[in-house]
Design a protein around this ligand. Sequence first.
Ligand code: F6P
Length: 358
Amino acid sequence: MVRRVGVLTGGGDCPGLNAVIRAITKAGIMEHGMEIVGIENGFGGLIHGLFRELKSRDVSGILPRGGTILGTTNRDNPFAYPVEKGDEVVYEDRSDECMENFRRAALDALIVIGGDGSQSIGYRFYQKGMPVVGVPKTIDNDLLATDVTFGYESALLTATEAIDKLHTTAESHHRVMVLEVMGREAGWIALGAGIAGGADVILIPEIPFKVDRVCKKILQRVEEKKNFSIVVVAEGAYPEGGSPVYKTTFDGRKKLGGIGNWVAEEIEMETGIETRVTVLGHLQRGGTPVPFDRILATRYGVAAINEVAKGNFGVVMCLQNDRVVPIPMEKVVGGNKLVDPNGELVTYAKEIGTSFGI
Ligand code: F6P
């Protein structure tokens, strides 16, 4: 009998997280008579015992709000928790403390709303005996076993609007505009927004590109009297024979970013056409979820709490053929869903003249 259910949001935030928390809380209380306990700041809250009960009034009005009312982090992995020892950072296993805090809070189950990193941690806790159900989130849309993650459509809208705006200024100034978008090692955001925004060139990690092919496309457009071009670059894209571009964070971690500038410099040098770069960054993660994501997030939330009520653990709720179904965690973690270079989206985009730099 499941009475008290913990819920946390882990990893990078995205539009729709609050909609899931709301659905879990409402259905948990109203449909199943459960108590819902919010765990703050992702798995960090499980280590530090940051728990607070969520009542219906706590989730009132949060459906359209971006971010997460619970807070999140993509740093506090309880199985490899960074601790400063003198000048060094060492990684400690604090998962037993989490198990103890979970028991002390009298929780019967945990719902993990997160991407592949958070689901992998959730899976490890499940293997340690914690009853866990996962909900797939990420703007990157790169989770295995689910057709689409919530947050992706909202990020696409932001990226597509950016391309629309870049189009008008690119056309006025006869420039090349390079837009760098997020997505980690997957090109879903670049591909989706590139097609929706009518980009001339789309560069994704799944298709290593050649700079001369990118420039050929731009110069071909000039010959056709189209004196501007839009290039959308996924942050994880890289040239054939090269490697992705990273920057280092203040705490020494490597993060993708910078390929947009590199591509722009190459284009300017090879074509002589003035080129500008926009790095869209965290704008893609902010703001209100689009209706599709609000609906999907609500479906995921209700389906997750229903699965908890059934006592079916060790699963992630996934969207498959327009149905939300429980999929064993081991099938979801440990890999990424990538764009198929020979799939329909890429093929059709090529057929309307979009260049992938190959
Ligand atoms: O996974 C979501 C994401 O926004 C990626 O697209 C991006 O590479 C990363 O998170 C950025 O993380 P951070 O918020 O730590 O800069």
